[in-house]
Design a protein around this ligand. Sequence first.
Ligand SMILES: [Zn+2]
Length: 188
Amino acid sequence: WLGDGTPGDFLHVSAEIGIGAAVVVDGGLLRGTRGFAGELGHVPVQPDGPVCACGGRGCLEQYAGEEAVLRAAGLEPDEDRVGLLAGRAADGDEDVRRALREAGTALGVALTGAVNLLDPESVVLGGELSGLAPWLLPSLREELARRTAGPVCPVSVSRLGPEGPLLGAAHSVVRAVLDDPAAVAGRA
Ligand SMILES: [Zn+2]
């Protein structure tokens, strides 16, 4: 609703400590039978990688979650994790840039599975992750292009920034009212 020319089928990826994706099909959110659709952070990128809180191994979160990236860059967790990483990367800190490149590669591997399965119009990076896009995107795009079976799926950065998911949640309420005004009126 808020983006310019937002496609009807896309994947919105956002990351904080965890990484989640919203799968939008025909303009609507795919929730899954049990409400767990879009758990991109628990897609394995290394079958024998580190154990994850979900019980699996080598999940994307272990490579591209904010804390994982801080660890890989040799930094202590900070209140403003993304601000710290973006600041260091902008200053040319090679450890941080390498950690972000590797996170981008891991995101590309995980997203290849999603793109091959769903063939979305595009992938949109949003949430806190969008602040790190300049350093994540090149390796992410390279990995995705190298691995996807069909034509290359474009990857863009959400213009809504970190507020995108909140705005989306608010608009989903507004949309529910517009879709069925009588149901809401009857509840009052
Ligand atoms: Zn996991």
